[in-house]
Ligand binder design. Structure first.
Ligand SMILES: *Cc1c(COP(=O)(O)O)cnc(C)c1O
Length: 347
């Protein structure tokens, strides 16, 4: 198979610079969930470290441990969804910080500290309205009082307070910010001094300075994935890092056969809707099979020629494709089969 995801680490570094300039003086926490949005965690983390990124966000302890290996001992790595005892132990052993979204998890973290001998550094999560986990506002005063007691006893350190917002409606986000500020004030009144408050992801951190606090958790924009229905790459100063490419394997009649298909992650619903890059120009994607697709032919095409499905040249971006089928660019990026080879362009 010639289908491959070409990951241009030069573009990634430029995006990191653009993102950091946009959110300064807030710190960038690079989100690397889902294998760094399909780009490959080890290479992405190493490139980010080279570019001076010091904070990372993973979902699971296993991923956080991979980040630790790639990032080295100094990086701050926050794991958002570790909750089972063995995961907590693994996180503490790898010197990962823990996102804590319930009082039960606060106690579980103390249990992990006893087992591993490592005092956890935690980031307490307040639920500011998304109801996706997070300590409910009515439970927050008790939770921060308990955390303060544990901190005074040396059982843990509360490094951060955070929440997650929809970024779909300014009014909802504004209400979330009010709830967030109140939660931080309550935490301080309880005797905590969280150094890192973080609320925003890509969209809000660019559009709304008051959402940046001490740090922002950004994934999509660092990978050059713009929001569906939102501002363009040029406005944001970012460019797609990954491009999905494959070769022409047969030339016959009006269409050429290209060996990338639905099993590689190309949504079959794009057939007849999307134009891909063939010979440097947009060519209609005529049909999508399991392993191969048919693309409108072009003059002088030959077997072995490159077709770019998205991400570079005359091809659409992942978000351009997503908009054709009512989804988001992340969905297009995450569909690329892990078995599709990742090819890295270094500096
Ligand atoms: C995915 C995620 C982010 C990053 O979102 P982007 O829009 O990709 O920047 C931030 N915070 C949380 C909790 C997330 O799950």
């Amino acid at each position: 198979m010639t289908a491959r995801l070409v990951v241009d680490l030069r573009v990634f570094r430029r995006n990191l610079d653009a993102v950091r300039r946009s959110v300064a003086p807030a710190d960038l926490m690079l989100v690397v969930k889902d294998d760094a949005y399909g780009h490959g965690i080890a290479e992405i983390v190493r490139a980010a470290i080279d570019a001076g990124v010091t904070r990372f966000v993973a979902f699971t302890a296993a991923t956080g441990a991979e980040v630790r290996v790639a990032a080295g001992a100094e990086a701050d790595i926050l794991v958002l969804l570790a909750s089972a005892d063995e995961e907590l132990d693994r996180a503490l052993t790898a010197d990962l910080q823990l996102g804590v979204g319930s009082t039960a998890l606060l106690d579980a973290a103390v249990g992990a500290a006893v087992r591993t001998g490592v005092a956890p550094r935690i980031h307490l999560k307040i639920d500011t309205g998304l109801h996706r986990n997070g300590i409910r506002p009515e439970e927050w005063p008790d939770a921060v009082a308990r955390a303060a007691t544990l901190e005074r006893a040396g059982a843990l350190v509360v490094d951060g307070v955070w929440s997650h917002i929809s970024e779909a409606s300014d009014a909802d986000d504004d209400a979330a910010r009010v709830a967030f500020d109140a939660a931080v004030a309550t935490a301080r009144d309880a005797g905590l001094s969280p150094r890192i408050r973080h609320l925003a992801a890509s969209a809000a951190s660019f559009a709304r300075a008051e959402f940046r606090y001490d740090a922002v958790r950004i994934g999509a924009f660092c990978y050059g994935i713009r929001p569906a229905g939102g501002p363009g790459e040029d406005v944001l100063g970012i460019h797609p890092v990954a491009s999905l490419r494959a070769n022409v394997v047969d030339v016959a009649g009006d269409g050429v056969r290209v060996d990338v298909g639905a099993l590689h992650g190309l949504p079959s619903t794009l057939a007849g809707l999307a134009d891909v890059d063939g010979g440097g120009e947009p060519r209609r994607l005529i049909s999508v099979g399991a392993l191969e697709s048919i693309v409108e032919t072009w003059p002088d095409v030959k077997i072995g020629d490159d077709v770019i499905v998205y991400g570079a040249g005359a091809a659409p971006s992942a978000t351009d494709l997503a908009e054709l089928i009512d989804t988001i660019g992340e969905e297009i990026a995450l569909r690329v089969n892990p078995l599709v080879e990742r090819v890295y362009i270094e500096a």
